[in-house]
Structure formats: structure tokens, C-alpha cells
Design a protein around this ligand. Structure first.
Ligand code: FE2
Ligand code: FE2
Length: 259
């Protein structure tokens, strides 16, 4: 039995214990933010397991939930793709400065974000294409691109910390939703939730280390939560269709603290 309580047979367990190079095919899918040329993607063991168990399985959701999830995924994907790029650049910058501990942290996060990206893309390929996909993607891309326009790297990491805290809240809500009866979806959002909670802590520590004042860190949190709620506002009915109480979800995002 695997960690999700499902039987696995005839599997190559040898691939589970280490990272391995990503195949090129999923990388060609259309992206909000292109992978940097210097990026050498690796697949983590948990992602190999998830793909092995669920890769060939359809998403077992009713049509209305399939459509709702299909509208929500491009926004989440855009966030993951922008995070891959940010952490890749920061890991390289820190590597050049020979700050090995931080380098390791950031390259690990970069890898996490890349698996989130691939996992959500894998779900997306099993769902219908929303009619307003270009609009959804354009809005999300604008949101994440604007995030990068801050005075300093410290501020950018403060933003990421607050943003990841909101993503963790969203993933927790999806994990507890009616749609999470589908194990494929539930196991992926549970993994993303765990990873994002760790990223909050690391990004916050890095922002403070780079010199952001605690009061500025807190006030940025307020701004980010307001912006995230505005970004998500048009998706209230999609959340409801998936079985998420949207008032409670938005209330939790409003009250979340990346401390
Ligand atoms: Fe992520
Ligand atoms: Fe993250």
C-alpha cells in the first residue's frame, strides 16, 4: 500500500528514493512565466510516486466540479510558475555569494514549486479548457508580475511569505472540500499545503535577514491579503462548486498571518 492507502503493484521502487531529471514534454505546456534557460528541472520522489499512482487516472469529479477546478487552476499555476523563477534567481545569486545554507533552502523551494507546477498542469490536462482561459491567465499573470515590482529583494520575499501563507490556506480548504473525495486532487493539494507552510517560514526569515523592518513586513501582509482576495473574488462560485465555503475561506485568508 502507498501513503494514500492504495495498492501499488509492479512498480519500479528504485525511482522513489532520489530526484531525477524531468522529462521535457510537460515543460512545453503554455506557461505564465517561462523557465529560465539555466534551469535544470528535477523531479522529487513524492512527485514520482504521485505520477506513478495517478498519472494515468482520470479525475473522478462531476462535470460542474471539473469546470470549476479548470477555472481555478490557471491562477494557482501562474503563482507556482512565478515562484519557480524567483527562487531560481535567488538561489543562483546566493550561490555566487557562497552562502551555502541559504542556497540549499532556495534551491529546495525552487524544486518544490516546480513539482507544484507540474502536478497542477497534470490535473489541468485532464480537465476541460475554460472558455475564458486567456482572460484568467492574463489577470493572474498581471497580478504576479506586479508583485515583483518592489524596492528590494527583502520586500519581494516578504510578499512571497504572505502569498504562500494564503496559498496554504487555499490548499487546506481544497483538501477539506467535497472535491477532495478524488484522491489524486486531495494528495496533491495536501502536499502543496505542507510545502507552502514551510516556504512561509523560510521566506519570512530571509526577508528579515535581508533587512526588512518587522512593521513593514506586517503591513505588506495586509496589502498582499487584500490583493489576493481581489484576485480570487471572481472565483467565489468556482470554490463553492468544489464544496468550499467561500465566506469562510476568504475570512481565513483575511485573518491569516505569516508570522
Ligand atoms: Fe507552490
Ligand atoms: Fe511556495
Amino acid at each position: 500500500m502507498n501513503q494514500w492507502g492504495e495498492r501499488m503493484e509492479n512498480t519500479d521502487l528504485a525511482i522513489f528514493g532520489r530526484d531525477r531529471p524531468a522529462p521535457t514534454e510537460p515543460l512545453a505546456a503554455s506557461r505564465c512565466f517561462a523557465l529560465p534557460d539555466s534551469y535544470r528541472p528535477l523531479l522529487q520522489p513524492w512527485f514520482n510516486r504521485w505520477t506513478l499512482v495517478y498519472g494515468e487516472q482520470p479525475l473522478r469529479l462531476p462535470d460542474d466540479q471539473r469546470e470549476a477546478l479548470a477555472r481555478l487552476l490557471p491562477v494557482l499555476l501562474c503563482g507556482e510558475q512565478s515562484a519557480v523563477v524567483l527562487f531560481h534567481h535567488e538561489a543562483r545569486r546566493l550561490s555566487a555569494a557562497a552562502r551555502q545554507a541559504s542556497y540549499h533552502c532556495f534551491s529546495t523551494i525552487e524544486k518544490d514549486e516546480f513539482q507544484h507546477d507540474l502536478g497542477l498542469q497534470a490535473l489541468q490536462r485532464k480537465l476541460p479548457r475554460p472558455q475564458d482561459l486567456p482572460n484568467i491567465r492574463r489577470r493572474a499573470k498581471r497580478f504576479f508580475a506586479r508583485l515583483g515590482r518592489v524596492e528590494s529583494t527583502a520586500e519581494h520575499f516578504a510578499q512571497i511569505s504572505h502569498l504562500d501563507s494564503a496559498v496554504a490556506v487555499i490548499m487546506r480548504a481544497l483538501e477539506a472540500s467535497e472535491a477532495a473525495r478524488d484522491r489524486q486532487l486531495r494528495s496533491l493539494v495536501a502536499q502543496i499545503k505542507r510545502d507552502e507552510a514551510r516556504h512561509v517560514f523560510i521566506s519570512r526569515s530571509h526577508a528579515l535577514q535581508l533587512g526588512i523592518a518587522r512593521s513593514d513586513y506586517r503591513s505588506m501582509g495586509q496589502q498582499i491579503r487584500t490583493q489576493v482576495l481581489a484576485l480570487l473574488a471572481p472565483f467565489g462560485s468556482a470554490f463553492e462548486t468544489l464544496g468550499v465555503d467561500v465566506d469562510r475561506l476568504f475570512g481565513r485568508i483575511r485573518k491569516s498571518r505569516a508570522e
